[in-house]
Design a protein. Structure first.
Length: 251
């Protein structure tokens, strides 16, 4: 996946006069600047750079994210490549934006067991929500049935935020955005509504993560007028690094 990301950015950068671009390809072998954010501030997870790709492992049933950015990041497009390798239980892959401390907006492809109805709701879903990971309290903005990401296959996740609106795309196809119709199940009944707005979530960093999965992540890209040019293009001249561990700061 490395060559695809670098070639794409090399062509785009000369024509992006106003927009900044942050790129992380993990070629420099470290995770400097990245922070881990975990539901209920639980123990750190496993994030390991192997062959210039980030190898992440979670055997827990709660979301953990790797995050970067700050309160000056406002309207932007965030995207990355992910390759799920193994599923360890009911889990998901997530992409997050407008992160401030433990408060954030994120979308995930997951297969949770949803309680609170007459019968538990089972299946795989795309959900987008806002909330606080340390309090584990969330507001659903979008929720619909959707297949999980395929194991051992690279997928491209993209999340664009502008003002109070969002667009989530998968493999080049827009799947959900502010204003879309969807239906929530409650006590066996469908309640029709529309995808909500990011009213109180206007600035903040980005993140990606997982729960109950082992997965590879690569080619992390953020573009927007408020985004500073940064990240690494460096490729080790003597070949790819075998294994490098990064020390993470945590919220």
């Amino acid at each position: 996946m490395k060559s695809i990301g670098i070639v794409a950015v090399a062509f785009l950068l000369p024509f992006s006069a106003s927009a900044g671009t942050f790129l992380e390809t993990f070629d420099d072998g470290d995770l400097e600047g990245w922070q881990e954010l975990v539901v209920l501030n639980d123990a750190p997870g496993s994030w390991e750079i192997i062959n210039d790709e980030l190898h992440a492992v979670s055997h827990e049933g709660f979301l953990r994210l790797l995050t970067i950015g700050n309160d000056t990041w406002e309207d932007y497009t965030f995207e990355f490549e992910v390759k799920p390798l193994k599923k360890h239980g009911r889990g998901g892959i997530a992409i997050a934006a407008r992160i401030k401390g433990s408060v954030l907006f994120y979308c995930s492809l997951a297969d949770p067991v949803i309680l609170g109805n007459k019968d538990p709701l089972l299946g795989s879903f795309l959900s987008c929500m806002t909330g606080d990971l340390h309090d584990a309290e969330f507001t659903v903005l979008y929720f619909e049935s959707h297949p999980l990401l395929r194991l051992n296959k690279w997928s491209h996740l993209k999340l664009s935020v502008e003002g109070t609106n969002f667009i989530f795309s998968l493999n080049g196809k827009e799947i959900a955005e502010t204003g879309d119709d969807f239906a929530l199940m409650h006590n066996g009944k469908k309640i029709k509504t529309k995808a909500g707005k990011l009213t109180s979530f206007r600035t903040g960093g980005v993140g990606f993560g997982l729960w109950n999965y082992t997965a590879l992540f690569d080619n992390i890209t953020v573009t927007g007028d408020s985004i500073p040019n940064g990240g690494g293009f460096a490729v080790t001249p003597n070949g790819k690094l075998a294994t490098t561990w990064g020390t993470l700061k945590r919220f």
